[in-house]
Design a protein around this ligand. Structure first.
Ligand SMILES: C=C(O[C@@H]1C=C(C(=O)O)C=C[C@H]1O)C(=O)O
Length: 385
């Protein structure tokens, strides 16, 4: 189905985006080409949507909502059944090599160690913090964002993928693109129905089926992972409760299969008290969950800023919202940011740290989380340029 969007700017002034917005999902994908207008202020975009002044919004929210967003009023919002499967865009993905690690593996071990000292201190309120690291990869020719997303979608059994032009966020994001394949739903709104599907608690999958089943079973019994997961569900129930009635979540998580990983996941649902709250309003109210930030959120966010610096759009949200307020926002993980010249990409992976965490296991978890992006880029983490 296609919703023709006629905004205040009119079709004649549509700026052709270099890269259209795409969000690919198993059952419904969104393709939103063109740009009638853009916003770096997500709250302003949400207000204009509520007032009926813009017909739809697509794009990315940053990890830290005080930073600029990259939101576009598209020229059209196409809803397509099933995962994104348009003809393969011209240009294939070049083979990439790792040029830099930020921080180094030892640096990440140190960061986890310093977080653990706080998490284990009895007088510190922080009980969970999500710490991430990144790899910078380079290629000898441009990395086409749509072709990369195509590969990610093809390699993912659930057909997840996204591609977002970050230009609306202004410098230094002009002509940069966020591309990834996230398994995590921040929030979906359909009429008054609201659903979230947070993931927290992770184990790397094994090639041998018996071993893989054993890994999954032990994840469902891991006190550390169940505790880490419970913090996320508890936080989400609370923030959803402020906007919804009848908030429901099963008492124990289910196993979710992601490429190379098992996760613990819990569906959390509710019914909106007011239809005034759009999918974008919900995303702004719920983000960042403890799945990507920690608990309490403010302490964890400050610790992340101090340890990692600015995360930009990693661990933010990517999604869309229409004039009725319906839409869907995915947590922007398992992703990378392609530079304006498209010769390099910075990919990110993080994990929740709690008092019982082991630094070496956390480092290995981030390596496993890099693997879908590395596979799509034809690279391995420990092969140097
Ligand atoms: C932060 C990431 O993943 C998040 C952290 C998880 C965990 O700590 O177990 C699991 C899924 C995501 O919510 C990432 O992939 O970069």
């Amino acid at each position: 189905m296609t919703i023709s969007v006629t905004g205040t700017a009119g079709e004649g002034t549509a700026r052709q985006q270099t890269t259209p917005f795409v969000l690919s999902k198993r059952h419904l994908s969104i393709h939103a080409p063109g740009s009638l207008d853009s916003f770096d202020d997500a709250h302003e975009a949400a207000a204009q949507l509520r007032e009926g002044r813009i017909p739809a919004i697509v794009g990315a929210l940053p990890f830290d909502l005080r930073s600029p967003a990259a939101l576009t009023v598209p020229a059209a919002l196409h809803r397509l059944p099933g995962p994104w499967s348009a003809a393969l865009p011209s240009g294939s993905v070049p083979q990439c090599v790792v040029l830099d690690r930020i921080p180094s593996p030892d640096g990440h071990l140190e960061a986890v160690g310093s977080a653990l000292r706080r998490l284990r201190a009895l007088d510190d309120p922080m009980t969970k913090v999500v710490l991430a690291r990144s790899l910078v990869l380079g290629a000898d020719r441009p990395i086409p964002p749509m072709a990369l997303m195509h590969r990610l979608v093809a390699n993912d059994a659930a057909g997840n993928g996204f591609c977002v032009d970050l230009t609306p966020a202004g410098e230094p994001y002009t002509a940069r693109t966020l591309v990834g394949s996230s398994p995590e739903l921040l929030v979906r709104r359909s009429g008054r129905e609201v659903s979230c599907f947070p993931l927290a608690g992770t184990a790397a999958r094994a090639a041998d089926p018996d071993q893989d089943a054993a890994v999954a079973q032990s994840l469902t019994r891991s006190v550390k992972d169940l505790g880490e997961h419970a913090i996320v569900v508890e936080g989400l129930r609370k923030s959803l409760g402020a906007l919804c009635e009848d908030v429901r979540a099963p008492s124990s998580p289910s196993l979710v299969a992601a490429p190379a990983l098992w996760h613990l996941g819990t569906p959390v649902t509710g019914t909106l008290r007011s239809e005034q709250s759009s999918a974008l309003d919900l995303a702004l109210a719920l983000h960042p969950t403890a799945a990507v930030c920690g608990h309490p959120a403010e302490e964890a966010r400050d610790a992340i800023a101090q340890i990692e610096g600015d995360r930009g759009f990693y661990a933010g949200a990517v999604g869309w919202c229409d004039a009725q307020g319906d839409g869907e926002w995915m947590v922007s993980i398992r992703c990378g940011e392609i530079t304006a010249d498209r010769r390099s990409i910075r990919i990110f992976a993080g994990g929740g740290i709690v008092a019982e965490s082991d630094p070496e296991a956390e480092l290995a978890e981030t390596s496993a989380k890099f693997s879908p992006m590395l596979t799509a880029l034809g690279a391995t983490e420990y092969a140097w340029a």
